[in-house]
Design a protein around this ligand. Sequence first.
Ligand code: ZN
Length: 310
Amino acid sequence: MIIDIHTHLFSKGWLPRQFFHGVARFITHEFAKQGIYQTNEEVGDAMIESTSDPEGVMLLDQMDDAGIDRSVVFPVDFGLALGDPEVSIEDVNQKVAAVARKHADRLTAFASVDPRRPNALEIFQKGVESWDMQGLKLHPCSGFYPNQEEVYPLLEKAADWKLPVIIHSGSMMVPLRSKYSQAVHFDDLGVDFPDLPIIAAHAGGLFGYPQMLSIMNIKLNFLVDISAWQMMALKNYPMFCRALRDFIDFTEPERILFGTDSPSFWSMMSNRDWVDLIKNLPCNAPDGITFSEKEVNAILGGNAQKLLDL
Ligand SMILES: [Zn+2]
């Protein structure tokens, strides 16, 4: 079974426009090298159109193409950092949950809300009790540290319900700030919630992963997902293999989860190519680095299957 622990549904009005204008900087930067000049606003607005998938049709297509059996899908709340979009975060949670319920055989929804919102706990509670959401996603880059006071009531609730929590880690593009999601701020959660499964999304990030590894090596409630590592695997395959091997050797293969961060990386690598790259690690890893079929199967789905109790 292949399980993608990290995906999103985007639609018009679900996220602040500024978020897309920030992501667009990567594209306009590359275009400019080729003599093509477009503004961040033009490219960002086009991205809002091209990634709009309110019913999960594109996500399910990519899952079918890649052989992914189940995806965990969640909203993202950048409203307090960038200005609230047209649709409230409560409504976005409800919509994402409804899509997951409609495709209950393929999708699992996690709730997501900025813990600083006065109604954050209420939204999480509704998500779980009324909309069948089965975990919590937090994105500190909107302006809070994972170990900040306001986060704790949500984590306490997740611990009571025995639901997993996934928290963005590593760097983040303009106009959001990377300082909030550095691995060091996760350490307290290992002390204060030692039995709550906390997934550090992106495993600490491309260059932050050694710090995440050093924390999860001794704080045993942390897991990681390898979403966004498509970038490292494409740019430097041996480095990717080395980093993944280090996570397995210094923690356990059971604590590493496959993820795509769909639709964020589709223009760089399809979900099918990402799955194939992981599947082929036992044959393709460079000299001196080995992966077993058993490890690959655990990362691709076995671990998530246990975590989500499927
Ligand atoms: Zn994400």
